[in-house]
Design a binder for this molecule. Sequence first.
Ligand code: NAD
Ligand code: GLY
Length: 369
Amino acid sequence: MQTLTVGLEDRSYPIHIGTGLLANAELLEAHLPRKRVAIVTNTTVAPLYLERLKLTLQQIGVQSVEVILPDGEAYKTAETLNLIYDALLAHRCERSTPLIALGGGVIGDMTGFAAACYLRGVPFIQIPTTLLSQVDSSVGGKTGINHPLGKNMIGAFYQPQLVLADIETLNTLPDKELSAGLAEVIKYGLIRDLSFLVWLEQNMDKLLARDTDALQYAVLRSCQNKADVVAADERESGERALLNLGHTFGHAIESGMGYGNWLHGEGVAAGTIMAADLSQRLGWISEQDVARIRTLFIRAHLPVTAPDLGVEKYLDYMGLDKKVEGGKLRFVLLRQLGQAELVNDVPSELLLQTLQACVSSDEVRNRHD
Ligand code: NAD
Ligand code: GLY
């Protein structure tokens, strides 16, 4: 097991990364002063890991309330959030009762938001079970739900007290979900860690074959990058925004295609290609750099062409239509491989070129067939 710390003074917390952690009662015990927790999970993860976690908790005399939600991005809503509150109230959970999120990013984001709001704040533990949630969403305290008008639009910054990333849980993850997580892993290499990008190019086959050591290293290095950024800029007033490489386009894809039709990581992959294309149009990175990024995403079995939603719809979902008219945009772009920058004044004609060059109507048809 390896341990990192997210350094946020009195709200600092450990991220433990390793195998067999779901069965390690000691790691949890230190964070559970009272003998009751509420585990929030979903209908897919519960049959796989809920009993194991409950048994571990029982070893240290902790009883669990279970909240089992429907599975999917389409359920990351206010209605589903209310199901968590219903269960917590029905079981008379108190301010000292921690919530444990057992699942992927959807469960983690919703549980964290419920923890921030229930009784004005209860302790919160992340046990991420997808690659994406282990390398990104469980760390850093962004929590929330979607709104029909925009993704992750309602939420709170609320840090967990502990993150337990058990690499063994990745063995049951569908291939497509593993690839979706790789999109966020590649992101760290592109925005701030060129030697990690090179490592990913050398080890992509091992990662796809679920080599435990390779996965553990990728999770560790990703979490180290994320922890450094969060410690420097918890509330996204600067550097943290760089973690959103590809996300402006990606969120538009996810929202525009209907939540759940494109996985978050798939949207980030196609969105990152759009950001790379725009960076090249600005003269920042070369055609060879863009080709290198495309090759890595293709090797990770991720989409590199975005759905053709139409320029207007992209602009609407990106919330940029008025700013486009004013000529003032805000994008995370690549100054070079391994170095991202926040840009406020992308010429709108270049953005329009990217929105036309990187899309295909096949991507819309394929997902709706
Ligand atoms: P997800 O939570 O929907 O999980 C993907 C699928 O895998 C689901 O069907 C889930 O039930 C299933 N699953 C989970 N663990 C499994 C396991 N071990 N074995 C088999 N199946 C398993 O999706 P995700 O990719 O984990 O997370 C995406 C969400 O995370 C999005 O809502 C995105 O907005 C959010 N996100 C948040 C942050 C943040 O900083 N808070 C960062 C990135 C993404
Ligand atoms: N996933 C982006 C962030 O945590 O800031």
